[in-house]
Design a protein around this ligand. Structure first.
Ligand SMILES: [Zn+2]
Ligand SMILES: [Zn+2]
Length: 646
């Protein structure tokens, strides 16, 4: 008999050779029907792998990310089989699961595959899946494995096998198909009910551009057709909400080849929006006791050698700037922290002066390869809403709670109500990975957990996810399309205070080391605006949107009155425009809709006579005739309902 420990701590005594699926059956038939993969002692196993020793068993269903991984990887075998049958002579390389689906890298030889072939591939793959073939793993000697792929002339698999140890090599068979694979499959192909080939792209063998180019076939699969339909709808929605498309339509930002890739140019409307976001946060930060500082865009190379950022960003990033003076080198700043450490160092502090909270909308530069650049989410220059808090370990809990308050204020004011918090702590089994005193770490981790608890956050603790220099808390925000964004990291740091020799005088008159907190509720202005665009689809909260209202005169005759209305709106601090073009009101409304302007104020004969405006909301709702004062009240009421004061 062996002892199997389940995640809830329950221990099952089963006979040696029992499989994970049999363990599932012994728990409940319902569970067994849903189990698709398993881990034993933290290693991926098949659901049919006989267990031969004591250990911990985790069973996964489609609802677990590990379950999805096995599902998608298993589908990649089926798709590979379909490709082999449709395109004889192709060479298969690797086919892993990815975040959403899977891919298979294939050398198609003389064949070419494009979008028009996708339905044929999907049909063939589904046909195979319906055969309900079991996935069967078997061990192969290195010699046999090499021979198998040499016979097929597949130099890619041969190269993979050459790098493996004899005795560790396994093949996976299903139907008539065999693949080199280390395992992690669902029980059989019949569970796969829907397969979609999403795209094809070029990919170099092993990611090296000196190697042959392969074709990467991307796909995704589901246990129900309905789930595929939903996923495709989600993709369609994401396309419509793509911030690059919306940013252009709403005239917020642009890029110029001449200026350089990955360097966003903010247009007037985008710059004004960004300014409002900055003012919003600055106001709250002031109340929370932050002081604004300003630091330059470059710093001496030595500064970043001291901070350790040169080791992290130096070689692979923008190279030093030289001056006419020999040996003088400056770097574009990749982080604001070193500058803020030097601000702290410019004054001697006592414990009574702490915490010090320095904030800056600081622009930083990091080199990203051109292939990695993506709209505003991956850029080479961006502005962080950065701040560094220098405090004592005893003050950590209080400071953490204050930063959580500020982050929640930001999320609530911008319409994000679906989020969780993740607390990243040490991996206690590998203490050598972390710098700083164990007692400081214990205090810091406890301070964060207590703060999350006291603030009533819905949080999870992730062991081993902390940085080497300190624990942290992240907000995981779900956007309107259900995608997760990591936002508002609050990071404790024991490293930089040491590297910059930061001190304060304690009540014992001795010098002590402060602890540092890095935090940025938005993260960066660029990424945050991208997220906001994709979350709201461009329908920003009223307090933030560039144009809150547009006045639409029915004809030229009413222009004067329209001007008067505009004037009155401006006096009420409403951001409004007037559309005086010689176009029909219908056309003006359609264009204002596209511009996502929340209120359209139509003025004609009647309105002019009664001194009112006819209010139409974005989307079509008719609010009837209102005086401009009544309309202004309506706007302030709506703003006050989302934008509370901090
Ligand atoms: Zn496999
Ligand atoms: Zn920092």
């Amino acid at each position: 008999m062996i002892e199997i420990t389940l995640p809830d701590g329950a221990v099952k005594k089963v006979s040696k050779g029992t499989t994970p699926m049999e363990v599932a059956k012994s728990i409940s038939e319902g569970l067994a029907r849903n189990v698709i993969s398993a881990k034993f002692n933290n290693t991926v196993v098949e659901t049919v792998t006989p267990l031969t020793k004591d250990g911990t068993l985790t069973l996964y269903t489609w609802n677990d990310s590990e379950g999805k991984k096995a599902f998608w990887h298993s589908t990649s075998h089926v798709v590979a089989q379909a490709l082999e049958e449709l395109y004889p002579g192709i060479k298969l390389t690797i086919g892993p699961a990815i975040e959403n689906g899977f891919y298979y890298d294939v050398d198609f030889g003389e064949h070419t595959v494009s979008e028009k072939d996708f339905p044929t591939i999907e049909k063939k793959a589904l046909e195979i899946a319906r055969g309900k073939h079991d996935y069967k793993m078997r061990s192969v000697s290195k010699a046999d494995a090499l021979q198998y792929y040499k016979d097929q002339d597949n130099e890619f698999k041969v190269e993979l096998i050459e790098n493996l140890e004899d005795g560790t090599i396994t093949f996976c068979d299903h139907s008539t198909f065999t693949d080199l694979c280390r395992g992690g499959h669902i029980p059989n192909t019949g569970i796969i009910k829907a397969i979609k080939i999403l795209s094809v792209a070029g990919a170099y063998w092993r990611g090296d551009e000196n190697n042959p180019q392969l074709t990467r076939v991307y796909g995704i699969s589901f246990p129900k057709q309905k789930e595929l339909t939903e996923y495709l709808e989600l993709l369609e929605g994401a396309k419509k909400r793509d911030h690059r498309k919306l940013g252009k339509e709403l005239e917020l930002f642009t890029f110029s080849k001449k200026v350089g890739q990955g360097l966003p140019l903010w247009l007037p409307k985008g710059a004004a929006l960004r300014e409002r976001l900055e003012q919003f946060l600055k106001k709250a930060q002031k109340k929370a006791g932050y002081e604004m500082v300003v630091t330059p865009h470059i710093g001496q190379k030595e500064l970043y050698v001291t901070s350790g950022h040169y080791a992290k960003y130096g070689e692979d990033s923008f190279q030093p700037i030289h001056t006419p003076k020999e040996d003088e080198e400056f770097l574009l700043k990749p982080m604001n922290c070193p500058h803020h450490c030097e601000i702290y160092n410019s004054t001697p502090f006592s414990y009574k002066d702490l915490p010090k909270r320095y904030a800056e909308f600081g622009t930083v530069y990091r080199y990203e390869q051109s292939g990695e650049l993506h709209g505003l989410t991956r850029v080479r220059g961006f502005t962080q809403d950065d701040a560094h808090i220098f405090c004592t370990t005893e003050q950590l809990n209080e400071e953490f709670k204050n930063v959580i308050d500020l982050s929640l204020y930001v999320l609530n004011s911008l319409g994000f109500d679906n989020f969780t918090a993740q607390v990243s702590v040490r991996d206690l089994d590998n203490p050598e990975k972390y710098i700083g005193d164990v007692s400081d770490w214990e205090k810091a981790e406890q301070a964060i957990i207590d703060a999350a608890e006291e603030k009533g956050l819905n949080y999870v603790i992730e062991s081993g996810e902390a940085a080497f220099y300190g624990p942290k808390l992240d907000f995981m925000v779900k956007d309107a399309l259900g995608r997760n964004w990591q936002l508002g990291t609050i990071q404790v740091d024991y490293n930089l205070p040491k590297r910059f020799d930061l001190t304060y005088k304690g009540s014992d008159n001795e010098l002590h080391r402060p602890v540092m907190i890095h935090r940025a509720p938005f993260g960066s202005m660029e990424r945050f605006v991208a997220l906001l665009l994709e979350h709201t689809g461009g329908n920003f909260p009223l307090w933030l949107i560039p144009t809150q209202a547009i006045v639409l005169p029915v004809s030229e005759k009413h222009e004067k009155y329209a001007e008067k209305v505009l004037n009155s709106l401006e006096n009420h601090e409403i951001r409004a425009l007037i559309d005086k073009r010689n176009e029909t009101v219908g056309k003006k409304i359609r264009e204002a809709e596209l511009q996502k302007i929340p209120f359209m104020l139509i003025v004609g004969e009647q309105e002019e006579a009664s001194g009112t405006v006819s209010v139409r909301k974005h989307g079509g709702e008719d609010l009837g005739s209102l005086s401009t004062d009544a309309f202004s009240d309506l706007v302030s009421t709506e703003i006050n309902s989302t934008l509370k004061s901090f």
